[in-house]
Structure formats: C-alpha cells, structure tokens
Design a protein around this ligand. Structure first.
Ligand code: C5P
Length: 234
C-alpha cells in the first residue's frame, strides 16, 4: 500500500470545501471528510467530491451496537468511500460487524481503521472517569491488537506511536497519523507533533494534515511540500 498525504478538509460548508479544492487544478489530493462537513452537507458531499476524482477518508468514528454499525457501514460503503473508521472501544464484535457491513457484493470494501484512545483523553481522565488503570500506551497497543484480530486494516495514531504499532501488529498494519507540522510551522493546538519527513522515517503509512495546508497562504504549495517530504524523498 503506497504512502499518501490525506488533507483534513475541516470546513463547515460545501462552498468552503469546493473553493478550497478548486485551487488544486489538476491535482486530486486524498481528502478527509469529518463530522462537521458530513453533518452539515450530508452524504451528497461525499458523492460530489468523489465525482471530482478524489479518494475519501470518511472520518465519522462509529461506535454503537454491532448490528447498527454493520448497517451504517453498509451505507458508507455504498457511498464509495475509500477509508472509514470506528472506535476500537466498541469491541471486537462491533469491529467484525463493521467489516461485514462494509464488504460489497463483489468482495471489495473501503479500508477500515480504528481509533484507539483519542489523543484528547488524558491518563487521569482514563483512570478517574473511564476506570481504566493501565498505562495509556499499553491500552493503545491492546486496542490495536483487537482491531487487527477483528480483521481491520490499521489504526489512527500519533506519529509517535506508529513504530510501536508496527512492531506489535506487523508492518502491513496501517498507521494513519495526524499531528503533522512543518519544521518551520505553527503547532496550533497540537502538542506532540512531527514533520512529514519524520513521520515517514518512523513508518507512518498515511499522514493526515489539516491546517498546515488549509490555512496556508498557498495551500497547493504546502500540499506539494508534504508530498515531497513524506512520499517522494528516499
Ligand atoms: O489541522 P490539523 O493538521 O491539526 O488537523 C488534524 C486533523 O486530524 C483534524 O481533522 C483532527 O480532527 C484529526 N485528528 C487529530 N488527532 C487525533 C485524531 C484526529 O488531530 N488524535
């Protein structure tokens, strides 16, 4: 599976995302559509961006009873998304049901990855609110192993966890990593960040990059720089 840069299109409306994508002219970046845009514009936004020739990571983080997740995934698969995700906390039964729902009649399906623990969840919150006493990195690796056992293709994780995930789950198990910043760029609200080049060296399979591209003065140049640093350089 080839490495790629996924652009997090965290926009609130179709107009905003389309005028952003218009800047790219001939290029067709892999696009991440999150809850904000999906809930604002509905499934039509997925069809329209697909029709323009982009691959789509539908970042809706499903978490419900297995039967509900299976049916919802069937709908997302019919939208022809290229990548979907869910919370590993939903259990193996839920993840297996998700794969069942995603798999099309011809046997193909979108890539399915799991969110382990959200990076916004602290060790204290895990212990005090979720009653999980184990260290957070152990929890993340255990959830990744559950996802692999259920047949998923990989996890969303911090670039700092990517090498360990590959060690535990194998090189073929995908790591999709946000928290990417240019060496000379603004970190914004991300705390533990890596450059595209570092993410490549550490073995990330896909980087998810939002504001360093969407808020750049020249988004196309920023995207090209990500591709150069993450994909092209040997
Ligand atoms: O703008 P920025 O590059 O920080 O955007 C990163 C994207 O990745 C956002 O869509 C954010 O929601 C997502 N994400 C993240 N950290 C996680 C999981 C997802 O930043 N742990």
């Amino acid at each position: 599976m080839g490495k790629d840069v996924i652009v997090a299109c965290d926009f609130a409306s179709k107009d905003a995302v389309m005028s952003f994508l218009d800047k790219f002219d001939g290029r067709k970046p892999f696009v991440k559509i999150g809850m904000e845009l999906f809930y604002a514009e509905g499934p039509a936004i997925v069809r329209e961006i697909k029709a323009r020739g982009h691959k789509i990571f539908l970042d809706l983080k499903l978490h419900d009873i297995p039967n509900t997740v299976m049916k919802a995934m069937k709908v997302l698969s019919a939208l022809d998304a290229d990548m979907c995700n869910l919370h590993a906390a939903g259990t193996r039964a839920m993840m297996e049901a998700a794969i069942k729902g995603l798999t099309r009649e011809d046997g193909t399906r979108p890539i399915l990855i799991a969110v382990t623990q959200l990076t916004s969840t602290s060790q204290d919150a895990m212990r005090e609110e979720l009653l999980i006493d184990q260290p957070i990195d152990k929890v993340v690796m255990s959830y990744a192993e559950n996802a692999k056992a259920a047949g998923l293709d990989g996890v969303v994780c911090s670039p700092l966890e990517a090498a360990k995930v590959h060690e535990v789950c194998g090189d073929d198990f995908l790591t999709v990593t946000p928290g990417v910043r240019f060496a000379d760029g603004d970190k914004g609200d991300q705390v533990r960040v890596m450059t595209p080049e570092q993410a490549k060296l550490i073995g990330s399979d896909y980087i998810v990059v939002g504001r360093p591209i969407t808020a750049a003065e020249d988004p196309v140049a920023a995207y090209e720089r990500c591709i150069r640093e993450f994909v092209d350089q040997q």
